[in-house]
Design a protein around this ligand. Structure first.
Ligand SMILES: [Zn+2]
Length: 377
């Protein structure tokens, strides 16, 4: 009971601290009195939490300003952008990205290299982080690595990756040995995209479906990334839509990913147009210009995706299904028929289907927002 009471107090404190921090973030400049008024928290609670945030270097007092009343002056508080830096890393099939963010979640240092084997990738990340630290003249609080693959949450080892030869390796251990004071996290990229969306939208339950060369999914339940037993949850692309369909590399037949990945859409569109290659932007332009065969192709692909999405919505009833990745380049020519196909056949009407609204790299942003949330806890 004592442990349970302590942990529930910690949750309340975390939520209050997070609420105060969000208000400081949103208002740019705010006073303790305004924080007390808006949150309804006790004056001592607000003062204690603000003092903690100041001691941690997350916020700073920025001087006295006039509040408008007679002789009413107050000390304002704002985020201290340079108080702490967080690094986010994305390892995908073609490139590895390193973004260092300040406390306002602006990228202040970035690096990019072609993804090589494990040794080359690890060395690039470490080298880039060291250069970033030197340029910023500050240590990095945490390093969050997102990888397209299955990560064992207990051992931090990469169990399976279809994009790069890094199976059985341990980024956490190797990066940690170079940056002793930093927290290092390793997660599936789709989970981090989902976390970035959750933070942006302020919802507690959502699913992201990332469609590019492959089709992956990130799941947020009660505000937390859901990884499932063994870290394998979210393999939305391998839900079958045709039990007699084409064989998939996963062993099943007729997987969603086979019919809805952007390579397949581009290949089929190029065949219709009688050209060797076509970009998604050109596919969208053709649909916008009324090319019936292209419109039919996009309607068909949206219909296939809708079959799996309806299953997902019926099973989980998330507040939002967020579509991210390269597929966004198709704009409304894909999203509108997708929403229609789902609403025509799905009895649950509470789930919003939208494109991602996160700017920049959602994997690195999700990684640093997760590290930030863990720090507050
Ligand atoms: Zn499959």
């Amino acid at each position: 009971m004592a442990t349970s009471k302590k942990s529930s107090q910690q949750v309340i404190k975390y939520n209050n601290k997070n609420m105060i921090l969000n208000l400081i973030h949103k208002n740019e400049r705010i006073t303790r009195a305004e924080l007390k008024r808006i949150t309804g928290l006790a004056p001592t609670t607000v003062s204690t939490l603000v003092d903690e945030l100041i001691a941690e270097g997350i916020v700073k007092e920025t001087g006295v300003f006039d509040t408008g009343g007679i002789g009413r002056k107050a000390v304002s508080i704002e985020i201290n952008p340079d108080g702490m830096y967080f690094a986010g890393v994305e390892i995908e099939s073609d490139f590895t990205f390193v973004d260092i963010y300040d406390l306002c979640f602006n990228v202040v240092y970035k690096g990019q290299a072609e993804t090589g084997d494990y040794l080359a990738t690890k060395n690039f990340i470490i080298d880039c982080l060291k250069k970033g630290q030197n340029q910023l003249n500050s240590k990095i609080h945490s390093v969050s690595v997102g990888v397209s693959g299955i990560v064992d949450p207990n051992t931090n080892k990469i169990l399976l990756s279809t994009v790069v030869d890094i199976e059985d390796e341990n980024f956490v251990c190797d990066i940690q040995s170079e940056f002793h004071e930093a927290e290092v996290y390793l997660l599936n990229s789709s989970g981090l995209i989902a976390f970035a969306e959750k933070e942006q939208r302020g919802v507690m339950d959502l699913v992201t479906v990332d469609i590019g060369k492959g089709v992956g999914s990130g799941i947020i339940i009660d505000g937390q990334i859901y990884t499932g037993a063994g870290g394998t949850a979210g393999e939305f692309g391998h839900i079958s839509v045709d039990m007699n369909g084409e064989k998939c590399k996963c062993g099943n037949r007729g997987c969603t990913e086979i019919y809805t990945n952007t390579h397949t859409i581009r290949r089929r569109a190029a065949k219709i147009l009688g050209v060797e290659k076509v970009t998604l932007k050109e596919v969208r332009e053709q649909a916008d210009n009324g090319n019936v065969e292209i419109i039919n192709l996009l309607n068909e692909v949206a219909g296939v995706l809708a079959v799996s999405l309806i299953g997902l919505i019926n099973m989980m009833a998330p507040e939002s299904v967020v579509i991210s990745g390269k597929i966004k380049e198709l704009g409304d020519t894909f999203l509108v028929p997708l929403i229609k196909a789902v609403s025509d056949k799905c009895s649950l009407k509470t789930t919003q289907i939208e494109y991602s609204s996160v700017e920049g790299n959602a994997v690195t942003l999700g990684g640093v927002k997760l590290a930030f949330a863990k720090m507050l806890k």
